[in-house]
Design a protein around this ligand. Sequence first.
Ligand SMILES: [Zn+2]
Length: 336
Amino acid sequence: MLLSGVHADFLSNGSSAMDVSNKILVGRPYGGKAILYRKSIADHISVVPTNDRRLTAVKMQTRHGPVLIINVYMPTDYHDDDSLDQYMETCGRINALITDYDVVEVIILGDFNCSSGSRMYDNFRDLMRSNKLVCSDMNILTDAFTSCNSDKSCVSWIYHILCTNLLNSVIYDLQVLYDYMLSDYKPLSVRFSQLFPCDSHEQYDYENAGIAQHCWDKLDDLTRLHYAAYIDQLLQKVLPVELLECLASDGRCDNCNHHQIIIDYYNEVLCCVETAVNTYVPSKHSRPTSEDVYNVPGWNEYVREKHSEARSTFKLALRYCRQNELQMRLMHVQLI
Ligand SMILES: [Zn+2]
């Protein structure tokens, strides 16, 4: 493949933006997206088939477990219903990919064709919300742009980097490469620290690692109260008494021993939260099994709306049938 010849140290997974499955060519002839990775980490990378020319994905083994990386080229908004449908469909496919692969950590990046306040922004935010992602570039940068015309009178910010909280917290550099001259589009660059080393020879074992997705939406009100009370109780046991005096005084603290106490306190708080969550919040291992798939590919707000409509109509029909059972039986007999 041409892409793999870009640099001797790199391998790639990529696709053209052109749809060549059809005799009519659709897409940008110079576009496309790819994921290039160093040969030195090839052991950690596996290609994830997406069956969608708008998405290219790989799974990367890291010290935080497997990370799903999806490079996207989202549909352009032509201000018609079709664009919106296509946008939602692509979001649905991304949701399905994330559900189908045994990952907790996710990075989605690329051309989202969407900026704050644009028509697709709600879908973009839904995508983040349903996968618990943050938009790292919008968190870190202000007044950035990723495309502009020649005199910069018209700029837009449509390239984004979405990732899970943990990965967002290990970003050490994120910037738009404004010096890039070859196009009006300016690349977005992000660097993560501490992704490696991980033991490449040992497949990350989710079930045994005990990493689970907690289903907060399945928590009922009573359990939520128990959870809150329990976490209160646990937190009271880890109060850093050594710091109380220091916190109460207005002066600056110069006791270096307190650094370690703060670090320990932080870890203890995390432990309390983890214990309470594991005790009260229902969980599901990230790897979906045949009887345990609760995320339906293609499920989106259109479907949700139609689903509740269909459901209420069904309930109405059911009530009508129950109330008029005798009459309906008679009608049925007459019809026969
Ligand atoms: Zn102190």
